[in-house]
Design a protein around this ligand. Structure first.
Ligand code: HEC
Ligand SMILES: [Cu+2]
Length: 374
């Protein structure tokens, strides 16, 4: 066997084995996650249809090319057919082939149009959740229940764990078999809330509301990520949705309301908190809300986020310090925290800033001071 022949045979073998192992591409690991809602199942089916049509076309075209290469090669002395254009096929193939291609295109476009129509459906929903993206966390507001959940990256997952950068402190809990409407917006830059198994993706844009919907049909935990490059912390805003039965959902909602009422009562009570208590709460809150930019050490990132350790604001006049946290600094990444944290939480964080990392002002502030400054 000639050397060329050997190479050729090996090539054929490689192509054949690739083609026959194609079903491997359908293996979960390499594919979209298994859909768990009607709308994502439609999208998934569309994706599979397109992939299989493309695969079939590839096999047919590659087959014809290989057949022509082998059978009509010059070394075999093949004489080109100079009369091809006079045959029936020669006359009509220029119209026939595009017609076939168009037919295939329409078979895909037809179902795609239907799915796109369903995506844009605005039917009434059972549960409406406003999803707000911020650098770098998600805020979920249950519009019918007056409940707000802030969801931050779970920083306790080590890098060698599967859930590294994929877990959060507070999950978005949703009922199965209910129509859920998501209202998407953002407070600072573009973000995109995307959980491929249960929801499709639309951008979260400051000042605009985008709408998506889903009906989750399987209980479970579904994970996603911010899908719009939103700055240095883009990788640190994962999404975790927990879908539970409607009965469990109602129970969970009741529990949340009780806990929220208790937290509100605690925050607005006239209790005078001592510094140690505030420091303890403040450290936790600082690490979830502020450390992404100002760093857990308070050192900030020089040139980007100012250090709070030794900061003239954190060491200076209390009312100015409170003011900057409540109002933020317009035009910078320093957001207003007035609507994000309650009086007690703000008093705790501010007290912590003023007494951590060697900032030894020794003073503290009370929820009542924050309330007065609002
Ligand atoms: C998304 C990033 C980001 C987050 C999160 C953030 N900050 Fe800031 N912060 C900034 C930036 C940027 C500035 C500088 C603003 C300016 O240019 O004046 C700043 C300024 C400050 C200052 C003034 C410091 C100085 O010396 O001028 C304080 C105090 C402060 N932040 C406290 C907080 C607290 C408390 C939190 C959490 C509740 C927080 N920040 C969360 C970005 C952030
Ligand atoms: Cu984002």
């Amino acid at each position: 066997m000639s050397k060329l022949r050997q190479v050729f045979n090996r090539g054929l073998l490689l192509i054949a084995s690739t083609l026959f192992s194609l079903p491997a591409f359908a293996v979960r690991e390499y594919n979209l996650p298994e859909p768990a809602s009607t709308i994502t199942r439609e999208i998934y089916d569309l994706h599979m249809l397109t992939a299989w049509v493309a695969t079939a076309i590839m096999i047919i075209v590659t087959g014809i090319i290989l057949y022509a290469l082998i059978n009509f090669r010059k070394s075999k002395g093949y004489q080109p057919d100079m009369e091809f254009n006079h045959t029936w096929f020669g006359r009509w193939s220029w119209a026939l082939v595009p017609a076939i291609v168009l037919g295939i295109d329409f078979s895909i476009a037809g179902s795609a149009t239907e799915t796109l129509g369903n995506i844009e459906s605005h039917d009434p929903a059972d549960v409406t959740v406003k999803v707000t993206g911020s650098q770098w966390k998600w805020t979920y507001e249950y519009m019918d229940d007056d409940l707000k959940i802030v969801s931050n990256l779970n920083k306790d997952i080590p890098a060698d764990n599967d859930l590294y950068l994929r877990d959060v402190d507070n999950r978005l809990v949703l009922p199965t078999n209910k129509r859920v409407r998501f209202l998407h917006t953002a407070t600072d830059v573009l973000h995109a809330w995307w959980v491929p198994a249960i929801a499709y993706k639309k951008d979260s844009i400051p000042g605009y509301i985008n709408e998506t919907w889903t009906v989750i049909d399987k209980e479970g935990v579904y994970r996603g990520q911010c899908a719009e490059n939103c700055g240095t912390g883009h990788a640190f805003m994962p999404i975790v949705v927990e879908a539970v039965s409607p009965a469990k959902y109602d129970e969970w909602m009741k529990g949340q309301k009780v806990a929220m009422a208790a937290a509100m009562a605690e925050a607005s009570s006239d209790k005078i908190w001592d510094q140690a208590e505030l420091m303890e709460r403040g450290e936790k809150l600082y690490n979830t809300s502020c450390a992404a930019c100002h760093m857990p050490t308070g050192a900030g990132i020089p040139g980007v986020f100012p250090a709070l350790k030794g900061s003239p604001v954190a060491l200076g006049d209390m009312s100015k310090h409170i003011d900057i946290i409540l109002k933020g600094v317009a035009g910078t990444a320093m957001a207003s925290w007035a609507n994000q944290l309650n009086d007690l939480e703000l008093a705790a964080i501010i007290t912590y800033e003023r007494n951590a990392w060697g900032n030894n002002t020794g003073d503290s502030t009370q929820p009542a001071d924050i309330k007065a400054a609002r």
